[in-house]
Design a protein around this ligand. Structure first.
Ligand code: FCB
Length: 771
């Protein structure tokens, strides 16, 4: 067999995907059952007609009144929390009833068919289980059909930036295999598919005025149609980190017809340089959003504007370990980039709402037949039943009513039906910025310094973006710590930001212990880490210190020393940065189970975070977990799939519990459909429900994929989940008191990619702690 080295043809063909890593061995458990179960659907039994739509309007009024009555009965207990499905009292009764049930017998498969067994197990019938991907991580075909380069193309081709110097030139080759991949989404049983649109595939220079690449748009149109044809809801993200390179540094663009060659750029083109540091990018993004809404809005109702601005601003402009690889002014640039991303989101929303108001027939005059075909077809498909399975009439009716209402909203609105018909939920599209955070848990819960550090964590991670979206301005604590380095919004901007999130889109992968940022706490935590975690103990400390002192990585695969993250990283970190502004220290519990990325498995964190968000933001449109998941290493016995299944079980219990406590959660998207280019980790981290062989053949991680499919099909927790598990899932694993913990820093020393982040971070913290 050809050795998979950087010089082998195989290596280049796969963009650096290592056979040893990604050609993980197929698990022994057969995938045949999974595939059969997932694909053998029978014909649909209902055809929705316009007559029935009218009946649904009456039904809607009835259910609204009933819901309002329930809220009145129970809402007083938790006024800030919007109860969506049951009041507290009702839920308590359900749980009590379920307790009897749980001890009496394990819910049977039959009772699951009847809607998932006990009430505490069940998710609302309209709860959406989906999977997520991002364009740059899966598409490949980076120079095909008119796509322009993005900042990630540039960044990933700089030696030393990506683990094993991999790139995404081919990635999963999704651009050519999207039909197959959409079929995988359907086979999983996912109700929705969140994908992202590559800006530079649609607009090669990022600017509408320079010309639209119709082939690029057609590709995304195919994705949407492919989803709808399979009964899967398409959810589109406008921007998942792949800024057109032309907006970052236009002078690096090759000359093309009608444009001046490098070195002869117009002042306007040169003026675009600077990407998210430039105000002009806001306008360009707005136009791009408008174009996507106009051209794809007929298929897509739920949109995400910008994915994880925090990650881009901190990894891209503070540590420099993500594109565009800057750490020149980590005390200024992250704030400026974030400011522009927020304004870009608001601009997109302005376009979205203006389209919604000015053009109720968004699909276009005379295109009603298309809408009917797409939507009616899709809603009907949702009523398909697995072959040979008897569904009781109650369940069928519930599904029917839900889909009917969805249809009423979509088709009714598109027909220009009055707002009264769709009530306050009327909108042609809903848009949200996708925010990410780990759950910050005070390392020592009783310690006021740790509590204050938790507060700073919240403010400098999630609230940084969420407060402007919900209240129109940055959190006061952030202003007081950052001062004038934090840009200001004008009054008009504040107005456009406030209320611009139609739902709360959350990405959450883990929880961390947070403590005050002092040398003593750093020392305690670091010492604990070095002593106890074997992979940290393995790291030769001298080498680490030398690397930190010079801000270099350890040796690259070629044997030469290379700076991490491109030239900017070699310059070190100035004294003023987002890190010092935020001023907290993160740590992981020593006994925590870690995923392959070193992130602790901490389901309680997801539950607590959801409740915290509900309390602080009570988001209109509810919360959608737009990404969650975990990477695990494969082995011959299918360990990764098994651990995914266990992870999903923990996550689903956390979700359901948070919902029972009042969090208005409406959907959960697993990251990700299939293993892909995991940014600076290259192809080394496997988050996929499907794995990829080195020849790009997809195969399911059977146990993970099956667990996902069962959740989506049952809309209920697995029968094995006990009431005790459900009741205790909010608890911190160590009871109340934290044990000594290991800090996050240095966890991945020895891997050049993430070391980029942690070396810079550590160089700062280590210097303070030791030197
Ligand atoms: C999220 C990113 C996604 C993927 C997962 C693991 O932060 O949005 O693209 O990298 O992490």
């Amino acid at each position: 067999m050809e050795p998979n080295t950087a010089s082998s043809p195989e290596w280049h063909r796969t963009g650096g995907r290592s056979a040893a890593r990604s050609a993980a061995v197929r698990p022994v458990s057969s995938t045949a059952t999974f595939n059969r179960a997932a694909t053998s659907f029978g014909p649909c039994h209902f055809d929705l007609s316009a007559t029935v739509l009218a009946a649904a309007a009456a039904l809607r009024t009835f259910t609204r009144t009933a819901r309002a009555r329930r809220c009145c009965a129970s809402g007083a207990e938790l006024p800030a929390v919007r109860r969506r499905e049951t009041g507290a009292a009702l839920l308590a009764a359900e749980v009590a009833a379920a307790a009897g049930e749980a001890t009496a017998a394990t819910p049977s498969a039959a009772s699951d068919t009847e809607g998932g067994g006990a009430a505490w197990r069940r998710f609302p019938t309209d709860f959406v289980w989906g999977v997520a991907t991002a364009a740059f991580q899966i598409e490949g075909a980076v120079a095909e059909d008119g796509r322009g380069p993005s900042i990630w193309d540039t960044f990933s081709h700089v030696k030393g930036n990506i683990y094993e110097d991999a790139n995404a030139d081919v990635a999963c080759d999704h651009y050519h295999r999207y039909e197959e991949d959409l079929q995988l989404v359907k086979q999983l049983g996912a109700k929705a598919y969140r994908f992202s649109i590559s800006w530079s595939r649609v607009l090669p220079t990022g600017v509408v005025a320079d010309g639209v690449n119709e082939q690029g748009l057609a590709f995304y149109e195919q994705i949407c149609r492919g989803c709808l044809a399979r009964g899967v809801e398409p959810v589109a993200t406008l921007y998942h980190w792949d800024l057109p390179e032309a907006l970052e540094a236009p002078e690096q663009q090759p000359a093309r017809a009608g444009r001046p060659a490098a070195g002869q750029l117009s002042a306007a083109e040169l003026g675009r340089r600077g990407g998210w540091l430039k105000r002009s990018t806001v306008g360009h993004f707005g136009r791009f959003a408008q174009l996507c809404f106009e051209r794809l809005g007929r298929y897509v109702k739920t949109w995400c504007s910008i994915n994880e601005p925090w990650t881009q601003c901190i990894l891209g402009y503070c540590f420099g370990s993500h594109a565009p690889g800057r750490n020149v002014k980590p005390g200024e640039e992250p704030y400026l980039a974030a400011h522009h991303m927020l304004l870009a989101h608001a601009k997109a929303q302005e376009w979205g709402r203006s389209i919604a108001h000015s053009s109720p027939k968004m699909a276009g005059e005379g295109e009603m037949s298309d809408v009917t075909e797409q939507n009616l077809g899709r809603e009907s498909m949702a009523l398909e039943a697995p072959e040979g399975v008897q569904i009781d009439p109650k369940t069928l009716m519930r599904i029917f009513i839900r889909r009917l209402w969805a249809l009423l909203k979509r088709v009714g609105v598109r027909r220009g039906a009055s707002a009264a018909l769709a009530g306050d939920e009327l909108s042609l599209l809903e848009l949200a910025m996708v925010l990410n955070t780990e759950w910050p848990e005070a390392q020592e819960p009783e310690n006021p310094e740790d509590q204050a550090a938790v507060e700073r964590h919240k403010v400098f991670n999630l609230d940084w973006f969420a407060r402007p979206l919900y209240d129109g301005d940055y959190p006061p604590l952030m202003r007081s710590r950052v001062g004038e380095r934090l840009p200001r919004f004008t009054e008009a901007e504040q107005k456009s930001l406030k209320g611009s999130n139609d739902f709360f889109a959350l990405n959450c992968y883990s929880a961390r212990y947070i403590c005050e940022d002092t040398a003593w706490r750093k020392w305690q935590n670091t010492a604990a880490t070095l002593r106890i975690l074997p992979y940290i103990a393995d790291v030769p400390l001298q080498k680490l210190k030398a690397a930190l002192a010079s801000n270099k990585t350890d040796e690259g695969s070629t044997g030469e020393e290379v700076p991490v993250g491109g030239p900017a990283q070699a310059r070190g970190l100035p004294a003023t940065s987002w890190i010092t502004d935020a001023g907290y220290e993160t740590a992981v519990p020593l006994d925590a189970e870690l995923t392959a990325t070193g992130w602790p498995v901490a389901h309680y964190g997801l539950a607590r975070l959801l409740l915290d968000l509900q309390r602080h933001y009570a988001p209109r449109g509810g919360i959608v977990v737009t990404e969650a998941g975990a990477a695990f290493d494969d082995d011959r016995r299918g360990a990764a799939g098994r651990r995914q299944a266990a992870y999903l079980r923990g996550q689903s219990v956390a979700l359901r519990r948070a919902m029972a406590e009042g969090a208005d959660v409406r959907g959960y998207f697993w990251w990700t459909l299939m293993d892909n280019f995991e940014w600076s980790f290259g192809y080394s981290k496997h988050f996929g429900l499907y794995a990829l062989d080195v020849d790009l053949t997809r195969w399911p991680r059977a146990e993970g994929a099956e667990a996902f499919g069962r959740l989506a099909a049952r809309q209920a927790l697995a029968p094995e989940v006990t009431l005790e598990e459900f009741t205790r899932c909010l608890d911190r694993p160590d009871g109340k008191k934290a044990r000594v913990v290991g800090v996050e820093r240095g966890l991945r020393v020895g891997e050049r990619n993430t070391v980029a982040v942690w070396h810079i971070y550590s160089s700062y913290t280590f210097k303070h702690a030791y030197f």
